[in-house]
Write a protein that binds this ligand. Structure first.
Ligand code: SF4
Length: 398
């Protein structure tokens, strides 16, 4: 099957040597961004924005092409823009280009966006990546509602209330209701579930329209989990919150961030998840530490080497496969599939074969050029390479 990489290979052919540097969906939008490096290190960014046209029956979506970025990039990128046009035309005409590949790329489920609404949090996680005064948090309830409506107007049909801890906001149920009134099909929240040990709050959020809770649970026993969240007793509070989430009928997803404090116990953790929650845990996200805010300050101390982690992760993933625990590694906040080549079907990036978001914080070693995942794998955190180098990646591919 002709994948998106092949499209960009065509662009390279047409453009006289521009090389794809990074590509992905720009966070919170339906725009595909592709950054290229040309001769002499010139850089240009091409953006493909859905033009809002849809041809019934043809399975084809149309895109406006733009050169984004500074003036010099626009000048340097003119030929590249022509190359994208030629590649798209060729792709649409070609027999091996599956109809609707772009719609698959952009909307594998309903188009999703994240929203940040609060600076409050009741934990002090050593791996926290969202600062209290984050600029993406709107300043007032009116601004939150405006942003919810604007994201919907731009095409989002699923919305996730992301960290810090949204359940502490007294307006939270109202925001969920507003999302549903606006027309969102799915509403999710990332939470530590501590506040949801209050059963009435869980029921209230469900009545407001909350569909799914993605609960951070970083250990299978109090000693491990509480040492990461920094609040003694919260492991048991989170478990009570999870019970209330399940009782209210909110779908449950768990998030396990692998770090120094918990990686050795990952095999016990997945057994615990199976025994404690059974089929109620619809998904188990296995993430890496995002190097921002407190997690960045602590990075060398809380992030082990991938090669140290992997024996434990592979043992746990093997159990998940055997026992049908729906574990997966997310495309942006996960780790590269070449470190667990026996489990690639659990990697979101591999399953979707789609671009990850364009993030400056991630990069790939040069050897990745030989990997067949190079077009949709976004590599690993630049901070990781700064601390550990890239020797662990030598010879890896799948
Ligand atoms: S070798 Fe590179 S491109 Fe391939 S999976 Fe690993 S990090 Fe990704």
């Amino acid at each position: 099957m002709l994948e998106v990489l092949s499209l960009f290979e065509k662009i390279k052919y047409h453009s006289g040597g521009w090389k794809l540097e990074a590509a992905g969906i720009v966070r919170g939008t339906d725009v595909i961004s592709a950054r290229f490096v040309g001769a002499g290190g010139r850089r240009a960014e091409i953006r493909l924005r859905r033009a809002g046209r849809w041809e019934p029956g043809a399975g084809t979506e149309f895109f406006e092409l733009q050169i984004a970025g500074p003036e010099e990039a626009r000048g340097a990128g003119e030929r590249l823009l022509e190359a994208v046009r030629a590649a798209l035309a060729e792709a649409e005409a070609g027999p091996d280009f599956p109809a609707g590949v772009f719609s698959g790329l952009l909307a594998p489920e309903v188009p999703q966006v994240d929203i940040w609404i609060t600076s409050k949090c009741n934990q002090k996680c050593v791996i926290c990546d969202i600062p209290a005064g984050w600029e993406l948090v709107p300043g007032s309830p009116e601004a939150v509602r405006k942003e919810i409506a604007e994201k919907y107007r731009r095409g989002a049909r699923g919305i996730k209330f992301a960290g810090r801890e949204c359940t502490l906001e007294k307006e939270f149920a109202g925001y969920i209701e507003f999302c549903k009134r606006t027309g969102y099909e799915t509403v999710q929240v990332m939470t530590n579930a501590v506040a949801l040990e209050n059963r009435r709050l869980a029921a209230k959020l469900k009545s407001a329209g909350l569909d799914r809770a993605v609960v951070s649970l970083h250990g299978h026993e109090a000693g491990t989990a509480d040492s990461i969240t920094g609040v003694p007793g919260d492991f048991n509070r989170t478990l009570r919150g999870i019970e209330n989430i399940m009782a209210a009928g909110i779908l449950l997803e768990l998030n396990f961030v692998i770090c120094e404090g918990n990686y050795r116990s990952f095999p016990e953790y997945v057994r615990f998840v199976k025994e404690r929650f059974g089929g109620a845990a619809r998904r188990l996200m296995v993430s890496s530490v995002v190097p921002a805010y407190r997690a960045l300050e602590n990075y060398g101390g809380v992030v082990p080497r991938l090669t140290d982690i992997m024996p434990f992760v592979e043992e746990g993933l093997a159990y998940c496969r055997e026992e049908k625990v729906p574990a997966y590694v997310p495309d942006l906040c996960g780790f590269p599939a070449c470190f667990a080549p026996g489990f690639v079907e659990m990697f979101e990036a591999v399953r979707r074969q789609r671009f990850a978001e364009v993030v400056e914080m991630k990069t790939k070693p040069e050897g990745c050029a030989a990997c067949r995942a190079v077009s949709y794998c976004d590599g690993h955190w630049a901070e990781y390479f700064r601390i550990y180098g890239d020797s662990e990646f030598a010879g890896r591919r799948f």
